[in-house]
Design a protein around this ligand. Sequence first.
Ligand code: DLL
Length: 439
Amino acid sequence: MTETLPDASATLGLDPEETMSRDQIESLQLERLRQTVSYAYDRVPLYREKYDAAGVHPDDLKDLSDLAKFPFTDKEDLRRSYPFGMFAVPQEQVARIHASSGTTGRATVVGYTRQDLDDWAKLGARCLRIAGVRPGMKVHNAYGYGLFTGGLGAHGAAERLGTTVIPMSGGQTEKQITLIQDFQPDAILCTPTYLLTIGDAMQRAGLDPRKTSLKVGVLGAEPWTEEMRHELEEMFGIDACDIYGLSEVMGPGVAGESGQTKDGCHVWEDHFRPEIVDAFDETRVLGDGEHGEIVFTALTKQAMPIIRYRTHDLTRLLPGTARPGHRRMGRITGRSDDMIILRGVNLFPSQIEELALTVAGLSPHFQLEITRPDRMDELAVRIERRDDCTADRAIAAGGELQRLIKIHVGSTCRIDVVDPEALPRSVGKLKRIHDLRPR
Ligand code: DLL
């Protein structure tokens, strides 16, 4: 008998659903979709009221495309149901609660049963594994622990994969650096801007981030660009992969990027059905490849079913590559509520990041300030020069960025190039936009 080589899925211990064909995934989705919509209708008054008012019933789901007949769910629904009105199980079956503070209004609260936590860990582990993290590796987790889903979500994922987890949480940058040097982790989990903060702090302390033991970064929770990937990979000599998720839909691990193809996050479609809708007319469901807002339906959640959740994240769906049965998301270009409309021109912070990182002498540390001095909105980009860029050269670099923004985005803005370390650093999700317009 000839010996056959074990295939990649057996060697890596992939979940069987990861290697399903598109057809298999879609029939699983339909079965799960019918179950979850009936489950939500029977157990959560908000869904029943919405569906009755819209004249739809779970029995109307004959096909995946029938999902478009059902109303959306949004953050406001969660706020109105504060704290536990969206839960579908009695409290004693809720094993954990997370909440996001949000900048305005009430927190949005989410709950998980034991089974939900188990699914979350499994999908998070998939994201780490597809990025290149392996059982037995040491994983430094610098996502914030607590009510934020990042820390505990990534923790569960890393444990499930069989790694040694270092639960550092966010902040205390000096201590992060000490532990990275002393514990010699193979992988780091944090936001891209926090990794930048750590790298910067290392360089200032005379340490070379390329000399750490780190090989992989699994980075997410905020928008970032290919230029930022390049910056971080160069800075640390690592592979930097994306991980996407949101609390309302589960937390980190809804989608993860392959370290081999680095071409966007695969949505784990055995557990989530994504749709893209027109960001300005949500009644229009768009096709694969078209840009719009991504909407998610969780197919297996018990404690808090979520159907057609409006994320406000702008992206598109692309065919799967590393996991062909699961579609990929393009990079999130921004959130529809983070879009700056400057004299009629739409602009996202990620466009500034992309352009700034092509200008020699400018660093990735920037913030956007919107003011309204004379009834007209003005945008100022405050950006740090790099250490090796003199203050004189920085003026020219600022002029170059201004020119690029005018050409590529179409907006005129002021550029203030400031000294290194003049801007606040992120320890988690970075707030790039400072809106100083009168309310
Ligand atoms: O940020 C979950 C998470 C934690 C994802 C750690 C990845 C890593 P929320 O606090 O509810 O949950 O924020 C969700 O963050 O709607 C996006 O706007 C943004 N976001 C999350 N991941 C990415 C990403 C977590 N990879 C919101 N790229 C989402 C761009 C992201 N934006």
